[in-house]
Design a protein around this ligand. Structure first.
Ligand code: SF4
Length: 480
């Protein structure tokens, strides 16, 4: 049975217990959220190394990192390093979007080595296996989906909402259909003159998902690819279909989340979230950015993190990160790091603003360390401790500067916090700064414990054999 089926039966599963522990929430509250479809616990029965986590608007905002190879870059070692970087820098889930060679091996390695849920987009493999995308058959799609479910994939993006009747609505857009899955399915529909096979076979797909407890992530194949196309008729027509499919999946006992745009002007993001929540009966919203401006290629981790913050503030449950390479090239491990940092900032900023239990305590503890010139603690508490330490040490590397009451930004004479401290010391009445936030006692301890989350990687094997080759890559543990 799936987590939602067991939740509806009133059972608090071990996964719900673990999630409650990580989120500092009541297990019964977790069960209610899963039973009602407002939260999902992606947790394929065959994913042995997984540490269960939850995605829902009532819980801490999660971040997904896309990894995977492409036609031009296919290297299994490099893929495992990317997985490691993603988990190390705080990804709550990863999506293997490989479109290059050795798809099965790459997916198997990622599932075996990942303590976080692994998502995929099965249409990519179907395209690779067919001679021509137009030749993809219903049987091939179901075969790919079933095989990936058996491999242990925790959630799959299914672009079942791209309907034949929606396609004319994209005429006149500035950037057409920008979702890879959406564009492939549109081409298939046009060339075959038939309805989207993922829509036609959706109930069959749900039966496979229910058997393995794969969460369906209803893809937004008609999402806008630029500000000019945001919130248009095509996008919202597809959303209505995703609402319909949400209820079909729930009827089959399948956990559901719904994907969202893309590129959206800042002032439209809140309405987009409200609309999805209304149309999809509160199913978790998983947004891709959105980018709030189109003019900054090379910096789209920033343009999109701004939109992601706004979306999470409005109720989005998971943010799909964007790296600086977006629109430009395949990200490497350093890009993964930069993208994740941007998105963990977005997620945390929204959690603070939304009053998630204990979220602010992390900020307060770091601020106190900063004011007390406790440099080591400030580095340890930083979202990216390695970078904070490296930047400080670029100009003041000596150990003596770890106790200095200044850094190189203002210098000793003009350090405002030093001046403020001295003034307070001189006047006892001002010495009332509270510097005792105890993070271990905070509700945040298990959620946002610095530096990067609390994935338990003890289920990850020391080595795996893929295609006759033994791999012993670094264990992707958040604390290493
Ligand atoms: S020198 Fe400036 S930036 Fe550095 S610790 Fe003091 S106030 Fe902060």
């Amino acid at each position: 049975m799936t987590q939602i089926q067991r939740a509806r039966d009133g059972e608090i599963t071990p996964a719900m217990e673990r999630v409650a522990e990580r989120e500092e929430r009541d297990p019964e509250f977790v069960r209610e959220q899963v039973a009602g479809g407002q939260a999902v616990i992606p947790n394929n029965h065959a994913h042995d190394s997984l540490d269960p986590m939850i995605i829902g608007r009532e819980f801490s905002t999660k971040v997904n990192a896309n990894i995977g190879n492409s036609e031009t870059t296919s290297d299994l070692d490099a893929e495992l390093r990317k997985l490691h970087a993603a988990v190390h820098y705080g990804a709550d889930t990863v999506m293997d979007l490989s479109t290059g060679e050795r798809l099965d091996e790459t997916r198997a390695a990622n599932v075996a080595y990942s303590p976080v849920p692994v998502g995929t987009v099965p249409i990519y493999e179907a395209v690779k296996r067919a001679d021509d995308p137009a030749d993809i058959t219903h049987e091939l799609l179901l075969d790919v989906i079933e095989k990936q479910a058996e491999q242990g994939v925790d959630y799959m993006t299914i672009h079942a909402g791209v309907l034949m009747e929606h396609l004319p609505l994209t005429d006149g857009r500035k950037t057409g259909i920008v979702s890879r899955g959406g564009s492939i399915l549109a081409q298939w529909i046009e060339e075959n003159g038939m309805q989207n096979p993922l829509y036609a076979e959706f109930e069959e797909i749900c039966e496979i998902f229910a058997e393995h407890d794969v969460t369906v992530s209803l893809g937004d194949g008609l999402r806008p690819g630029c500000l000019a196309d945001a919130s248009d008729e095509a996008q919202f027509a597809e959303l209505e279909t995703l609402g319909e499919l949400t209820r079909v999946a729930w009827d089959h006992g399948v956990q559901v989340m719904v994907e969202g745009p893309g590129h959206v002007p800042m002032d439209e993001i809140g309405d987009n979230v409200d609309r999805q929540q209304a149309v999809c009966d509160g199913a978790p919203f998983y947004v891709l950015g959105p980018l709030v401006t189109d003019v900054a290629p090379g910096y789209d981790h920033i343009t999109s993190a701004i939109g992601a913050t706004e979306a999470a503030r409005a109720g989005a449950a998971m943010l799909c990160y964007v790296t600086p390479k977006e629109h430009l090239g395949l990200p490497n491990a350093e890009d993964v790091r930069d993208g994740l940092a941007a998105y963990r900032i977005a997620a945390h900023a929204a959690d603070v603003a939304n009053g998630l239990p204990g979220a602010r305590d992390w900020d307060d503890a770091l601020s106190e360390a900063r004011y007390e010139f406790d440099w080591e603690r400030q580095f340890d508490l930083a979202l990216d401790p390695e970078r904070a330490r490296a930047y400080h040490d670029q100009t003041l590397p000596g150990d003596n500067y770890k106790e200095a009451r200044f850094c190189s930004m203002c210098g000793a004479e003009f350090c405002s916090m030093r001046i403020d401290q001295d003034a307070r010391d001189a006047d006892g009445e001002m010495a009332s700064i509270d510097g005792d936030t105890d993070l271990d006692a905070s509700d945040a301890a298990a959620v946002n414990l610095p530096p990067v989350g609390t994935h338990d990687a003890s289920g990850v094997p020391d080595e795996i054999e893929i295609g006759g080759v033994t791999f012993t890559p670094e264990t992707p543990h958040a604390d290493d």
